[in-house]
Design a protein around this ligand. Sequence first.
Ligand code: SAM
Length: 417
Amino acid sequence: MKKEARSGTFSGNMKLPIHRWFRYSAGFSAEWVESEIRRFEEDTNQKAKVFDPFVGSGTTALAACATGNESFGFDGHPFVARIAQTKNLWYLNELEFKEACQLVIEKARKSKIKTKRYDESKLLGKCYDFETLSLLDNLRLAYEKLATKNPIWELVHLNITSILRACSNVGTAQWQYILPNKTKSKVLNVYEAFLAKAELMALDMKYAKDNKWVNSAHICEQDVRDKISIPLCNLLITSPPYPNNYDYADATRLEMTFWGEIEGWGDLKSAVRPTIMRSCSQHSAGDKVVLDDILREPLLEPIIDELAPVARELEKVRLTKGGRKTYHTMVAAYFFDLAKIWKNSRAVMEDGARVCFVIGDSAPYGVYVPAERWLGELALASGFKSFKFEKLRDRNIKWKNRTHTVPLHEGRLWVEG
Ligand SMILES: C[S@@+](CC[C@H](N)C(=O)[O-])C[C@H]1O[C@@H](n2cnc3c(N)ncnc32)[C@H](O)[C@@H]1O
């Protein structure tokens, strides 16, 4: 595949300093973002002030640090926002960070405590054997005893978080799914992984300083369906959730369970879902979205003639399917949420601003949803001037079991302010 075509994926970031601290499969390419910032500055002769309403693991924000540009990033998912905020602490003292890691490992090694959390029927017990979970719990307990309000400890927290999947012998990689029946060929030893990650993070912190990264990213945990208060920006680079049923709330279930933030899948409803947009059927079902009500929302007016028949068809088709998934309300709620986000984004972008949404379409139960076109229409309705779609690649593999053969694609929606 051409390098250009891969700009929608995070995989290349796993070789890049700071970006590689946490694998967030939903992310996009940092090198591409950097190149877009430079291109904007060449084209317009202006310094870019960058906005990313769905900052995820912080790719846009960190790319802006690398190019010396101020940026503003938001994520509604509390755990994901914390990861981005912690990566944005790259400017702290790396030696102090290594010392903190050293204190944690010494305390963990001295501990004779065996985990009390091992239960084969629960997520942690499915992901780890008793010994591995005991080692991880020793690290966690040592961290919890030693951590102070000094932000250096956030980096230690991220270190532990980032090794959790690599230390599990079951299938934990890629997206949210945990596959207890699959085993990994390479499993890392807990303490070795923690120490190796501490070295790598310290090296990266030095790299960023040596390469004159600028500490100018502002990253907040916020639902961008609510009003956004930032100075006007002139370049927006982002990737929203796609309407493809990927459950962002579930993306960090293992990590949040490990840290005791949730006990099980059910807790995601109160811990994460309220502050993220609705892009999966579990979410719209949990919110008890009523299709008739949402289709009457004035913000959906610009696309209602196309959206309503699609939602109605999904409402019928689901009755013929075993799972009876609520894609009809998911699709309506998805575009309603994004209509609000376009409106809020318009308010913080200068006239003439450049906007890029990396986005893909979808076909739940085989019913086609032309996401990029409808998003373009909603952008115009919120006051942007024009849009065009640049296709990057074809796809129709995201739907588990390939229950349909509708051709799908992914690309960049370019919007002019
Ligand atoms: C495709 S990911 C962005 C990934 C990012 N480009 C990166 O490289 O890490 C979309 C993000 O939008 C966030 N999100 C969903 N709804 C949101 C909302 N209402 N407000 C803010 N962020 C939201 C999700 O938590 C997720 O992290």
